[in-house]
Design a protein around this ligand. Sequence first.
Ligand code: ZN
Length: 191
Amino acid sequence: MPVQFPDFRLGSVLATSFTGTLSERHGEPVERVPTPRRLVDWLEVYGLTVASCTAEQLELARELRESIHAAATAAALGDPLPASAVQVINDRSVQGRAAAVLTPEGERRWRLGPDSRVEDALGVIAADAVEIIAGERDGKLALCASPTCRAAFFDTSQSRTRRWCDMNTCGNRQKKARLQARRRGASGSAG
Ligand SMILES: [Zn+2]
């Protein structure tokens, strides 16, 4: 039987979707890129196709992921950015060799370096993180309201009042919990 890996949670913002490959950080964490192959698959979804991935490169990716998470969380809270996280993000950004290219249809594609290394893909993700943390893009960093999640997400809603990192998971779960609490409350007062 093939091994079942946790599904990806795919958001529209590259950097925070990447940090979302580890979810439920404050509950029972779910690692969504448990193997180098899974990281290759994830990168592919975002148009960052790499030739291969080693265990060391997966570690590098996870280090970047946790650094983006730490810096984005600090930015969302208005706290000073952790220096070590900033260092990792900058190192990955500098060492990537990807270029943005335009397709004949007018779409942006990423062209990684000549050997399509994981480092090139991480450079793109790091640069995306720099943009959203530095406030260069229209939107606001916020933290998921779920106490077991607290993921940093990029709110691009008009009112900037989004509460959940993901409506289908955290948002839904919270809605169900509220509903159950109300039902319990109702049956309690009836009895
Ligand atoms: Zn969440």
